[in-house]
Ligand binder design. Sequence first.
Ligand SMILES: [Zn+2]
Length: 569
Amino acid sequence: MPDLYKMITADTLLNLKWEDLAPYYGDLEQEPITKEDIENWMARWTIISEIQDELYNRAYVATSVNTADEEAEKRFDAYMEEIYPNVMEAEQNLKKKLIASGLTVAGFEIPMRNMRAQAELFREENIPLRVEEEKLANQFDKIIGAQTVQWKGAEKTVRQMEVVLRDRDSQTRLEGWKTMADRQLEDRKAINDLWVQFMELREKIAANAGLPSFREFRWKELLRFDYCVADCKSFQHAIEEAVVPVANRLAERRKKALGLDRLKYCDTLVDLADAEPLKPFSDVDELKRGAKAIFSKVHPQFGAYFSQMEDEGHLDLENRKNKAAGAYCTDFAYTKRPFVFANAVGIHDDVQSVLHEGGHAFHSFESFKLPYFQQRAESAIPIEFAEVASMGMEFLSLRYLSKKHGGFYSNSEAARAQSEHLEQSLLFWPYMAMVDAFQHWAYENPQAGKDPDACDEKWSALEDRFRPYIDWSGYENVKMTGWHRKPHIHQTPFYYVEYGLAQLGAAQIWLHAAQDENRAVAMYRNALSLGGTVSLPGLFAAAGIKFSFDEQTLRQAAERMEQAILSFE
Ligand SMILES: [Zn+2]
C-alpha cells in the first residue's frame, strides 16, 4: 500500500477516490487497539479523518466560489454519492471499535463521551424516518423559496424585500412589509399541514429511541450535557426580567427618533441616524486592510493569521457573479488552514461578517495545535462556544472600527455602527427566547403542539410577553403566525438557544475587555486553543466568562450595552 499520507498535497487531495481511502480505514478496522499502540492508532485515524474532511470542504468550497464550475459540481456530487456514505460508515466503525476497546488517550474524555452518546441514540429503524424528516424540511424550503412578490414593477423574493424594512420612509416600509406578509400568509395552510407531519414523525423518532418526547431525543442528539430544560426556562425568565425592560426603553427612544406614535414591526430595523447608510470601503482590498488593522489591534497574532490567509489565498470576500450567497468559515483539517468566504458589496454588514468569520478562523488556527482530529473537528466544538469565538471577536472589534485605529469610519460613523450592533444584539435575546419557549411548549404539550390554532395562540402570547414594545394592532394574523417565519423551528428543532448563550458569553468578554483588555483577549485566545477537549462550562471559564442562564449576569450585560448605546448620542 503506498504511503498515502506522504503523497497528499492540497493539489492532489481533490482527486482522491474512495478506493484510495478505503485500505487505510480497513487497516485501522482490522488492527487491534492495544494499550501500547493506541496513540499510534489514533494518530493514523486522525490523518485519514483529516484527509476526508478536507476533501469534503475543498470540494464544497470549489462549488461555492464558482457556482458555474461544472467540473466542481460534478466532483462535489461524486463525493456525496461515492465517498460520503462510505466514509460515514467507516468513521462510525472506528468509533465503535474505540468505545469497545475500553481504552482512551489523554484529552479524549469529551470526544469519547460524545461518541458514546451518539452510539446510544442510534437506531437502525430511525434511518428512514430521518430521511422522511429531511424531505419535509425540503418541502418547507420549497414553500419559502417560492414566496415572491411584485414590488415596484419587479419580482422580488421575500428575502430581497427585507431591504425595504430598512427604508427611511415609513410609508414605504409599511407597504413593503404588508406586501411580504400577505404573500407569506397565502402559505399558512401549507405550513400548518407540514408542521403536523413534522410533529407526528418526531414523536415516532423519539419513541423508537425509547425516549418520552422528541425534546429528550434532541437534547441527546445536540450533545447538551451541561444544561437542562430548567436552565433554558431560567434563561427565558431572565431575558423577560433583565432584557425586555431595556428593549422597551430602546423602543421608546426609537419611536421618538423616527417621530412615530406607535412602533410597528416594520419600524424595528431601520437605522435611526438621519444619514445615508454607512459605506465602509469601496473595494475588497480596502476591506481586507481595515479588517487586518482591527484584528491586529485586538491581538497582533490575529492580524498575522489574517495576513497569512490573505497571502495564501484563503480569503474570498468579494461579491461577484456565480458565487453562492452568504458568508461562512470552514477549515482544511489536513493542511491546517481555515478559509473564509463572503459576498462583500461595501456595506457595514460586510464588515460585521468578516469580523465574525475571522473569529471562527482564529478558532481553527488556535485549535489546529491539538493532536487529534476528533478534538478539533467542526462537529467536535460545541456551537454554544464556537459562536463565542465569532461573536466575541465582533464585540472585541467594536472599539477599533474608526479610522484612527486603522478601521473604516469617522468617529461619529463608528459610534453609529457600535450603537446599531449593540441594539440589534439586545433585541435578539427576546426573540431568541420566544423561539425557544415556543418549542418547549410544543413538545411538552404534543396535543396542543400539533394544533396550528393553539400554536398561533401561543406565539401571540409570547409576543406579548417578550416583545410588548411592538404594536401589532390591525396585523393580528401576521403576529400569531410568526412561528411560520422561523425556519429553525421547523427544520432544526431546539437549535437556537445556542446563539443566545453564545451572545451572553461574547458580551461578557466585551465587559471583561473594558476592564482589562490584555487579560480578556489572552483568556479568549487560550479558550479557542482548547477545541472540544473540555466541557462547555470549562470552555467559558477558560475564556474568563460564565456559562450562565441567570438574571444577574444578563442584567449586567444588558444594562452596560444600553449605557453604551446612550453614550454614543
Ligand atoms: Zn458563526
